[in-house]
Design a protein around this ligand. Structure first.
Ligand code: AMP
Length: 285
C-alpha cells in the first residue's frame, strides 16, 4: 500500500492507474474520505469500495474547517499507524494523508457553500460545519478524480449536502452511500464514541432506542411526523442526562421537515451525551 502526502502524488497515482489495462472492475478508482480513527464503520466503506472499484484510496485528514471554534479539533482521535493497517487489511491500495497546509495553502480563500442545505440539521447547531465538509470533499474529489466516493448514511445530512454539491458542480464522481454499522447493542459506531465514559456509553443508547422506536411505529403504520417525533422525544425523556439537539423527520434530499413519513424519509437525531455530540438516523422504508 502506498502512502501519499501531496495532491500531486495522489492525482498521479489515480491517473496512471486509470490509463492501465482494465481488469474485471475496469480501471475504476474508489475514494473513501475519512478523518481517521478508523473503526468497523469505515471498514465497511472500504470493503464496499474494494468490491466495486479496481483501486481504492482512503483519505485520512482531520479537516480543521469543519470544526467550530469550541469543538474537538485538537483532541479528535488520531491513530495513523493503526488506520493504515486497517485500510490495508480491507484492501485499500493507497492512503492519502495530507497536511493542513497541503489542502489549505497559504492564503487559501476558496470555500464551497451549499446554500440552504448547509444550515439545516447539524448545520443549524454547527454553523460553518457543512461549508468545511463541502470544501474539503471538493478538494479530495479534485485531487483523486475517483469514479466513486463512499460515504456513510451515518452522516445523512452530510450525504444530502454532498449529493447536492456533486450535482451542482457536475462532478464526475458517483457518490455511494453505505449503511450504518452499529455495535451489537445498537450504538452507531463513531470515532467520537471513544470520548464516552462507561456511564455515558450506556446513556448514548438513547439515540438508537429512539431510532428503533420510530422504526417500530412506522412498521405499525404510523405516518404522522409529529406523533413520530413525540414518540422519539419520550425516549429521550427517560435519560435526562442526554441533551437533545434535534429530532427531525425530513425529506432526505432537501433536509426540509415533512408532515407525513414516506418511504425514503430521513428520521434523524442528534444529542449531547456529556460533552460528546452524537448523531444517528434511519431512512424509513
Ligand atoms: P469520519 O471519519 O467520521 O469523517 O467518517 C468517514 C466516513 O465514514 C463518513 O462517510 C461517515 O459517514 C462514515 N461512517 C462513520 N461512522 C459510520 C458507521 N457507524 N457506519 C457507516 N459509516 C460510517
Amino acid at each position: 500500500m502506498e502512502i501519499f502526502h501531496t495532491v500531486a502524488e495522489l492525482r498521479q497515482w489515480s491517473r496512471t492507474l486509470r490509463m492501465q489495462a482494465g481488469n474485471d472492475a475496469g480501471n475504476t478508482i474508489g475514494l473513501v474520505p475519512t478523518m481517521g480513527a478508523l473503526h468497523a464503520g469505515h471498514a465497511s466503506l472500504i470493503r464496499a469500495a474494494v468490491a466495486s472499484c479496481a483501486h481504492v484510496a482512503v483519505s485520512i485528514f482531520v479537516n480543521p474547517t469543519q470544526f467550530g471554534p469550541n469543538e474537538d479539533y485538537a483532541r479528535y482521535p488520531r491513530n495513523f499507524d493503526a488506520d493504515c493497517a486497517l485500510a490495508e487489511a480491507e484492501g485499500a491500495r493507497a492512503i492519502f494523508a495530507p497536511s493542513v497546509e497541503e489542502l489549505y495553502p497559504e492564503g487559501a480563500a476558496t470555500l464551497v457553500e451549499v446554500e440552504g442545505l448547509s444550515t439545516r440539521l447539524d448545520g443549524a447547531s454547527r454553523p460553518g460545519h457543512f461549508r468545511g465538509v463541502a470544501t474539503v470533499v471538493t478538494k479530495l474529489l479534485i485531487a483523486a478524480e475517483p469514479d466513486r466516493a463512499f460515504f456513510g448514511q451515518k452522516d445523512a445530512a452530510q450525504v444530502a449536502v454532498l449529493r447536492r454539491m456533486v450535482a451542482d458542480l457536475r462532478l464526475a464522481t458517483e457518490l455511494v452511500v453505505c449503511p450504518i454499522v452499529r455495535e451489537p447493542d445498537g450504538l452507531a459506531l463513531s470515532s467520537r464514541n471513544t470520548y464516552l465514559s462507561a456511564d455515558e456509553r450506556a446513556q448514548a443508547l438513547t439515540l438508537s432506542r429512539a431510532i428503533r422506536r420510530v422504526e417500530e411505529l412506522v412498521a405499525q403504520g404510523e405516518r404522522c411526523a409529529s406523533t413520530l417525533i413525540e414518540a422519539a422525544r419520550e425516549i429521550f425523556v427517560t435519560e435526562p442526562l442526554v441533551r437533545v439537539d434535534y429530532v427531525a423527520l425530513v425529506d432526505w434530499a432537501t433536509l426540509q421537515p415533512v408532515e407525513v413519513a414516506a418511504p425514503g424519509t430521513l428520521f434523524a437525531v442528534a444529542a449531547w451525551v456529556g460533552s460528546t455530540r452524537l448523531i444517528d438516523n434511519t431512512i424509513l422504508s
